[in-house]
Design a protein around this ligand. Structure first.
Ligand SMILES: NC(=O)c1ccc[n+]([C@@H]2O[C@H](COP(=O)([O-])OP(=O)(O)OC[C@H]3O[C@@H](n4cnc5c(N)ncnc54)[C@H](OP(=O)(O)O)[C@@H]3O)[C@@H](O)[C@H]2O)c1
Length: 370
């Protein structure tokens, strides 16, 4: 049995923690490294429990023990020597890690969808080589559905739960506070992606992500509140193919870390009788105004998606801190995009520059709203 060394970037987050449990349970996976932004207490506990070769923190607050590395260069040290890298960093900060995997030719299990949204063009070589393995449950599903298809498919339909606002009126949504928005009905995730699920910015990202992963296949979205169908493909004859099961990120995580053809464990004791009725409905532009705004940035390309993402990160943070209304998030993204003079993306620096400028503009708008 060959052992695969896994680097878990963002180990203290929702995805990172689940990945560590999978690695611990599998004799063919070994933990190469763990890395987080600043949650040193949890990183310490993880180091003690899971025994990685390298533990790294990017911006620690206070003192850290000598066996935890920190500061410039920790990302490189965490990635080098790994057989596969799980990028579970949240936000635009994850792009650098994805590019590093491409440079070092290390397969990338990609939870950080922002890497493709803002920097898909920069990851083309790794995408073309088939070394970007999606962790998003929707894209993992599409990947698995496409695998045995010899004929071209008609399209991809991504399912969206509708997030915590699905049953609220448009007026209620506008003023809903963080405690309501963070109550996702079907998925237990990090704060930012939970808010992004409620605005549907997350689903718009997934449309853009699908465009990079599955080039030239049309992508649609359908709301499916139960999150049992993890997306569909439509076959040549008009019939549909899907992957079904309880929402559980360990399924796509295990699949990505075991890529391409290593054995999979049964992770859930699930039966169709547990699912109840499965329902589907079309996208509601009034409830989710940010969805089409962000999808359009994927069509417009250049620096637009990076700007939308930066504006969203600033707006979501301000919302979580109680400084703006939920309804302001889409307005801020829209305004920052309107003010942006886009340019083509040729390097990581191009993306980072657009990201930085958009953050400054978005912060200015937030200050005026407070
Ligand atoms: N959660 C899900 O179910 C789910 C599903 C599909 C896709 N995703 C995607 O997976 C990614 C992670 O999501 P999450 O929900 O796990 O987020 P999360 O719970 O907020 O965790 C984020 C992780 O990233 C680390 N981090 C943040 N900035 C960093 C930086 N500059 N350098 C290094 N590490 C950094 C955090 O460290 P600290 O703890 O120290 O801050 C933490 O470990 C996102 O892109 C999300 O869209 C998540």
């Amino acid at each position: 049995m060959s052992i695969r060394r896994v680097a878990v970037l963002g180990s203290t987050g929702s995805i990172g923690k689940q990945a560590l449990e999978i690695i611990e349970a599998r004799p063919d996976l070994e933990l190469h490294s763990i890395l987080c932004l600043r949650n040193i207490d949890l990183l310490r506990q993880q180091k003690k429990k899971y025994l990685p070769s390298i533990s790294a923190v990017v911006s620690p607050e206070g003192d850290i023990p000598p066996d935890i590395i920190k500061g410039t260069g920790v990302l490189d040290q965490a990635v080098e020597g790994a057989d596969i890298v799980l990028n579970a960093i949240v936000g635009s900060a994850g792009l650098r890690a994805s590019i590093l995997c491409q440079e070092l030719d290390i397969p990338l299990a990609l939870a950080n969808k922002e890497s493709l949204v803002i920097g898909g063009k920069l990851l083309r070589d790794h995408l073309k080589a088939g070394k970007v393995i999606p962790v998003d449950s929707e894209h993992s599903t599409i990947e698995r559905c496409l695998q045995s298809e010899k004929r071209p498919v008609r399209g991809i339909t991504l399912t969206a739960s509708g997030g915590s606002v699905l049953l609220m009126s448009v007026d209620e949504i506008r003023t809903a506070g963080p405690e309501r928005i963070l109550k996702h009905p079907t998925w237990d995730m990090g704060a930012r992606i939970t808010v992004d699920s409620a605005t549907m910015v997350n689903k718009a990202y997934e449309v853009i992500e699908a465009g990079w992963l599955f080039e030239n296949i049309p992508v649609e979205v359908v709301i499916h509140p139960q999150s049992i169908v993890h997306s569909f493909i439509r076959l040549e004859d008009g019939s549909w193919k899907a992957l079904l099961g309880q929402p559980d990120m360990k399924i796509p995580l295990q699949y990505a870390m075991q890529w391409p053809d290593r054995e999979l464990d049964v992770l859930a004791d699930d039966k169709p009788v547990n699912w109840g009725a499965l329902t589907f409905m079309g996208m509601n532009g009034e409830k989710y105004p940010a969805f089409s705004i962000v999808v359009q940035t994927g069509i417009d390309g250049e620096t637009f998606p990076a700007v939308a993402n930066a504006a969203d990160e600033v707006a979501v943070q301000a919302f979580l801190e109680g400084r703006i209304l939920f309804g302001n998030i889409a307005e801020i993204i829209d305004e920052v995009l309107t003010l942006h003079q886009s340019y083509s993306v040729g390097s990581l620096e191009d993306v980072l520059e657009a990201d930085l400028n958009a953050r400054a503009v978005a912060s200015g708008i937030v200050s005026k709203l407070c």
